[in-house]
Ligand binder design. Sequence first.
Ligand code: UTP
Length: 481
Amino acid sequence: MTTIPSIDSLRTQFSQAGQGHVFRFWDDLNAEDQAKLLQRASEIDLQEVAQLVETHLKGGGAHQQGFDHLEPAPYISLPENGGDAAKWKEAEAVGEQALRAGRVAAFTVAGGQGTRLGYDGPKGTFPVTPVTQKTLFQVFAEKIARSAERFSSDIHWFILTSEINNDQTVNAFEENDFFGLNPDQVHFIVQGLVPAVDADGKILLSDQATIAMTPDGHGGSLRALVRSGATALMAEKGIDCISYFQVDNPLIPCLDPAFIGFHILGNSECSSKMIPKAYPLEKVGHFCLQNGDTVVIEYSDLPEEKQQETLPDGSLRFVSGSVAIHVFDRAFIERVGGGSDAKLPFHRADKKIPFVNARGEIVKPEASNGIKFEMFVFDALPLAKNPVIIEGARAENFSPVKNAEGVDSPKTCKEDQLRQFAGWLKAAGVDLAKDDNGTPAITFEISPRFAADKQDFVSQWEKLSPQTEICDGVVIQGEGM
Ligand code: UTP
C-alpha cells in the first residue's frame, strides 16, 4: 500500500509546480472532502503535467507532421484478394498452436465514456444481438469461451475500465456469473486519469474538493496493463500475445488464429488489421509509412487529396483503414507502458469543462475552456519492431456501435451481424434469401458460444445433427446451450 503524503508536503510540491491553487479551498473543506482531495492530488504526476503543458500549450502544440513523402504501409492481402493462400494456412496453424499452448490473452478496451451512443451504463452492457439481445460483453465472453473449448486451452481476458464505469462493469459480470467464464480468468484493469488544465496550464477543479480528471485514452491501456500488474501475471502464465479489440465491435473474432500466426511469424511487437476503406473519405485512421516508420494518420490530419488519391487502376492509394484491432507482444507493452523512454505521446483535445472559479462558484462554460490529454493506442506502431499489417474482411471484423442513430449505430450493427451470420451459413452450404444489400430476409442469430468465427462455424455446423432449421427468430446454438 502506498502512503499518502501530508497536506504540507503536497501543497509545497504543487506550489513549486505552479499548481498551488488546487488547495485554495482546503480550509473550507470538511474532513471527508480533504481526505478525498489529498488522495487524488497524491496520484497526480506533476512532472507529466508540466511536460504536457510545456509541449501542448507553451510549445505551440505537438510537432506537425509533413505529408510529402508519405507512402501507404504495406500489408498482407487476404487470399481472395491475391494473398498467398499457403502462407495464410501456415499462419493459421502457428496461431492455433499458440492458442493451444496458452500463449494468447484477449484484451478489451472498455474505459471510454460512450458519449455518442448516449447509453446510461458501460457500453459493454449494451444489448446488440438481433434475437436474444445479448450484450457486447456477453458476445465477447462467449466467443472467448468457445475459443478456449476449441483450442483446449485456458484463455485469460483482460478488460480495461475507467473509474467511472469499473464498478458497474464488475457488477454486470458478477450478476451474470461471468457469462460462463471462470472468474479467475477475467481481469478488470482501471485505466489512468490525467488532470484537465485551463489555457494557462493550470489544473482545473470541478468543485472545491475535486480535481477535474479525464481518462488517459485507449493508449493509456498499455501503461495500465503494466501498472496494474497484469503484464507480470501474463508473464507468470506464459502469455506473450495480447489480442486487442474495442468494446463496441461485436463482429470481431476475439482470437483470430491467422492474425496471431502472422504476428508470431513476423516476429512482430505490434501487429494490426487493416480494413480497406469503404469510400475515400471514410472517417478512419490510415496506415502509412513515414520516414520508414509505420504510422496511423487520422482522417482529420490527412489532407483530403491524399485520402482520395488513386492508383492508375483507379483503386485508392491510401486504402488501409485502421479500426483498432491489434496483437501486441507482452515484452513490448512492458517497454512502452513501463518506465522506458519509448512512450506513447499525448494528444490535446480542447473541451468545455465545468470548473470552479477563484470565488468558489461553479462555471459551466459555453465554449471550450479546458484542455484534456489522451494517448492513442495506434501511436505504439512506430515504436514497435517488425510491425505486421494484415488485411481483414470488413464483414468478418468490423461494425462498431458508436452512435445512437445513423452510421455505426445499433441498427447498422444488427444488419451487419445478420449479414455475417448469413455469410457463415453460405460458407457451410446454406443459402438464404437476401435483399439488395445482402441482408437476409429473416432475423436470426448464431450463438458465439457455438462458433467464434466463420471457419469454426463451418466445422461446427457439419457436426451438428440434426442441423437447425433456419427460420425467423431462430438461434443456432448446438445442443445443451
Ligand atoms: P471511442 O473513441 O469510440 O470512445 O473509443 P467512446 O468513449 O467509446 O465513445 P465516445 O467517443 O465517448 O462516443 C474507442 C474504444 O476505446 C475505448 C472505448 O471504450 C472504446 O472501446 N477507450 C476510449 C478506453 O478504453 N479509454 C479511453 O480513455 C477512451
